[in-house]
Design a protein around this ligand. Structure first.
Ligand code: SF4
Length: 64
């Protein structure tokens, strides 16, 4: 699983980082960044939760 954040939609609320630390991180611009290439197996469930919880639907699951 891979994820990406649409920075035009992100409002920097930090929910994704709280839910799925180690995959999402609020960067210098105050917006969420994905800090891994592939989501580790033990983070997949919380990454899905982050996708569902983002208030602006800024996180997209990328299927290859
Ligand atoms: Fe941005 Fe959504 Fe993460 Fe909030 S939950 S920081 S809006 S990507």
């Amino acid at each position: 699983m891979k994820v990406k954040v649409n920075k035009d939609a992100c409002i920097g609320c930090g929910a994704c980082e709280n839910i799925c630390e180690g995959v999402f991180k609020i960067g210098d611009e105050g917006l969420s960044e994905v800090i891994v290439d592939v989501v580790p197996e033990d983070k997949v469930e919380s990454a899905h939760e982050a996708v569902a919880s983002c208030p602006t639907a800024a996180i997209e699951e990328v299927n290859e």
